[in-house]
Design a protein around this ligand. Structure first.
Ligand SMILES: Cc1cc2nc3c(=O)[nH]c(=O)nc-3n(C[C@H](O)[C@H](O)[C@H](O)COP(=O)(O)OP(=O)(O)OC[C@H]3O[C@@H](n4cnc5c(N)ncnc54)[C@H](O)[C@@H]3O)c2cc1C
Length: 376
């Protein structure tokens, strides 16, 4: 069996390694590399921030990722040569017949002056944990949930954060002493789905959340405690919850695989221009959102291509560009939007109203992956 080297054990890497192991068992000849000690679902960061779960409780340790034919290496990738399919890590050099780059998106904190010094972000575990510790001391005032650049992971997440912040303030009895503003670079909260966007805008209005569409936060002035938007307008704040600008990890940008900041792939096959090299997940420019469910779908297409190649067959699998996202509406209710980016002339989305039944479905989304990947 030829060797497959997967860089990154996130949504994409875990699904790909699992599928190859299921198919070939002990013969799979897969090496999976990640610098981390554990996987954490993106949505768990919202739970951590609002104190619904501890960071320890949401960690899924790679030590539990035991799959026949897959070797997990805890190493940091420091260089990628896509021509030679050779990868350098802090521990050595690895070569492969099939190289899959799935290192996710990295945050560019420096792109937003003042974000780290004068504000907070909730897109990383340390950022969400810091906010969990800060929020109880907030006595009320002007709060901003602000997006600092597009594209960003999980487009509904800033809307969810604003709605959950409302619930949190109500629970603490400080909602009347507070204002909540949501700043987002899109014209609507979830552009492919007008129904989802309309439901979110209505939910914002009911809860007195001010929605500022079509704008991003360019910088924070900590001295004056104002957020400066990309049109130069200013919003004063006492509490800032930010979504940092994203880009492909530096090691990927330095590899020559990126164009305009992201890895160029054939959106249907996830193949790069380098033979035997694929990219999937948040770092690949497929035209679909940066969300786990899309990373996973893309990984399944790459798995089909590698399985076919191992069998000296031609893969006919193509990435469908469709997926379902769950959206926290607050008060324990969750909505769902099924988005499809490739079937029609433009992306479409079908909305399911928030309900407690969808909360159970979201829990199953997480628990089924936890069981499939980690046996937990
Ligand atoms: C607040 C929030 C809420 C979200 N909610 C949802 C949701 O409800 N549904 C959904 O589908 N998605 C959601 N997402 C998005 C989802 O988490 C990501 O889109 C998904 O994890 C992307 O998968 P990936 O495999 O591309 O990258 P990742 O899951 O980010 O994995 C990349 C891996 O690469 C590793 N890595 C990076 N650099 C190196 C290096 N140099 N060396 C070694 N390893 C490295 C990292 O440690 C990481 O484990 C949310 C994200 C956030 C932040």
């Amino acid at each position: 069996m030829k060797k497959t080297l997967i860089l990154g054990a996130g949504f994409a890497g875990l699904e790909l390694a699992t599928t190859l192991s299921e198919t070939f068992g002990e013969d799979a000849n897969v090496t999976l590399v990640d610098s981390g000690e554990a996987f954490i679902f993106g949505f768990a960061k919202l739970d951590v921030m609002f104190g619904h779960a501890t960071p320890e409780a949401v960690r899924l340790p790679y030590a539990k990722f035991a799959k026949p034919g897959v070797t997990f290496l805890r190493e940091t990738v420091t260089a990628i040569d896509p021509v030679a399919r050779r990868v350098t890590t802090d521990r050595g050099i690895h070569e492969a017949d099939f190289l899959v780059v799935a290192l996710g998106a990295e945050y560019d904190f420096a792109a937003t002056p003042g974000l780290v010094e004068a504000g907070n972000e909730f897109y990383s575990v340390p950022g969400a944990t810091k906010l969990r510790d800060l929020l109880p001391a907030f006595a009320g005032g002007r709060a901003i949930v602000g997006v600092c650049g597009a594209p960003f992971k999980c487009p509904p997440a800033p809307s969810e954060a604003a709605l959950m912040l409302h619930d949190y303030f109500v629970g603490r009895g400080i909602r009347d002493a507070s204002e909540i503003t949501l700043v987002m670079p899109f014209g609507t909260p979830v552009p492919p789905s007008p129904d989802t966007s309309a439901a979110l805008v209505a939910a914002f209005a009911e809860r007195r959340i001010r929605f500022v569409p079509g704008r991003r936060v360019a910088s924070l002035d900590g001295g004056r405690r104002v957020a400066i938007l990309d049109d130069g307008s200013e919003l004063p704040y006492e509490l800032f919850l930010g979504v940092p600008k994203h880009h492909a990890p530096a090691v990927v940008r330095e590899s020559g695989m990126t164009e305009e900041g992201w890895v160029k792939v054939d959106p249907r096959t996830l193949a790069t221009r380098f033979p035997g090299v694929f990219a999937c997940g948040d770092l690949a420019n497929t035209g679909t959102p940066k969300a786990g469910v899309f990373a996973e779908g893309a990984a399944r297409t790459v798995a089909a291509a590698i399985i076919a190649a191992q069998r000296a067959e031609t893969s006919t699998a193509t990435y469908g560009g469709a997926g379902s996202c769950y959206i926290e509406f607050g008060a324990g209710r969750i909505a769902r939007v099924d988005v499809d980016f490739f079937s029609g002339p433009k992306p479409t989305g079908t909305f399911q109203e928030p309900s407690t039944a969808l909360r159970a479905e979201k829990q199953l989304f997480g628990s089924s992956r936890r069981a499939r990947w980690f046996g937990l």
